[in-house]
Every structure is written in C-alpha cells, then in structure tokens.
Write a protein that binds this ligand. Sequence first.
Ligand SMILES: [Zn+2]
Length: 296
Amino acid sequence: MAPHRPHLLLSPSSSLSVPRRTFLGHVAGGVAGGAVLAGAALPALARAGHGGVLHAPAVVGRAAPSKPLVMLDPGHGGKDPGAIGFSGTYEKHVAEAAAQELSRQLLATGRYRVALTRASDHFIPLDSRVDMAQQHGAALFISMHADALHNASVRGASVYTHAHGASDSQTADLARTENSADRFGGPMVHGASPEVQQILASLVTEETRKGSSHMAQAVVSAFQSRVQLLTHPHRHAAFAVLKSAQIPSVLVEMGFMSNRLDEAALRQAGHRAMVAGAMCNAVNRYFASAGAGLAG
Ligand SMILES: [Zn+2]
C-alpha cells in the first residue's frame, strides 16, 4: 500500500523547509479560523470540524462584488494528515502552504477575491468544503493536494474533475482514498451511501461540468511549460469534494508524496511558488476566456 496513512509514517518530522507561520499567516488582512476571506466583505458561513463548530465570518477590505471569488481548498488538515512522504512530509502542510502562496498571487493580480476553506491545521469534512464554496458564492473551487499512489515511480502534476466513472484505475483509487477522508471525523461524520452519492453527483450540471473541464484544461496548459505532468494529466472520477452543482471545481494534484522527487520539490517554497504561479496563470486564462461565462 502506498504510504498514505499515519501508521506508515517513516519519520515523525512533518516540517517543511518553510517556517510554520507560513501556513498560518493571514491573507491580505484576513483572519485565522475557518475560511480566510480576502478582498471583500463576504457572508457568514463555515461550519468547520465535525462538531459543527461555527467560525465567525472574516470581513476584510472593501466590498468588490464585481470581482469573482476563487475558493481555494487545501486538502486534509488536523487529524487527517493526508499522504505522508518518505521524508516525513505531510500532504496537509504542503497543500496549505501552496494554497497560501496561490492566494497571495491571485490577490496580487487585483482581479479576484480569495477565500480558503482552511487557513490553519484543522479537520474539515468534505461536505463542509463544498458548502463553504456554495455559501460564499464562489465562482471557482480549487482543491489542492499531493497524494500518494501505489506506484512510487509515478511523478508529476495532474488535474481532476468530477464524473460518475473514473478515467482510469489509478484515478479511481485516488478518488476512493480522498473520499474516505471523512473517516477522520469520527461517528459524527458519515459518508453518504453510494445511492445518495450518486444523487448528489447527478446535481453537477452540464454547465458546471463544462466550466470544470475548461479550468482543468487551463491548468494543464499553464503547467505544460513549467511543471512536470503525468501522461494524460486531465483525469476524472467521482471525487466528493468536486460535487458542487453550480461551481466549476477542480482538484489539482501538485505532485505525489509517494515519489521522492515530487516530495523533495514540494518541500521547497520556490517550487510551490512556481506551481502556484502556473495555477494563477490558469485562473487568469479561465476567467479571461469565453468559457468563463460557464462559471455563472
Ligand atoms: Zn489529498
């Protein structure tokens, strides 16, 4: 089995090569605790944590309703470390650091408002991540990960969109692992039955599906010259976190913790900045193109 779970931890160290405060730093005057919102006043929300903990809304800066809201979703968190690399790197830390960097870059363009599903190291059920994006009226949802695969030789970035059937068995495994994250929530978080999941998945409209696919292609294009990609880098499966009915949603695997080279690269702030730069470029392409109309 790939080194995805805590009991396979090879080293107790979870630190990256960047200071811890990088992960907890606020975004453009945002506040810690629940979603970090930046660039505009946003409505209340956010039940984060399986206990139904409510986080007060963060209201930051002047309202700029014309700017689309990009919701960034660093994978895992809290008791769910995500994948753990051979050197002991936790996926949850890489995801959070990369999301903070992408948030900074997106805000620097002056074109977007940005919110994060989590800006600190705490557990959030998958449904809550989708709920946050919906309640905030996000125009785009980007889940950020660096999971583990069974085959440790596989490396490179890839982008995933929602579909009932998986594009390949590797992606089916990935979706199964991701969708099991709620088990960390204990008895208060129950995964929906396969039947309910099917119904929820069917809510993803054709329009949303097109927007998601459009964004995935933009990410692949932006990565092509800068970030190593898997073969057939745009894949699909029934990822629970991508089931929003109205919001185009993608899940980006920035690399894999199961590969030593990917892990080493993602530990570096410079590499994460490059990946975030490519993703920022993809967001720009997405909103600049005619397809952005699909974002609603
Ligand atoms: Zn993950």
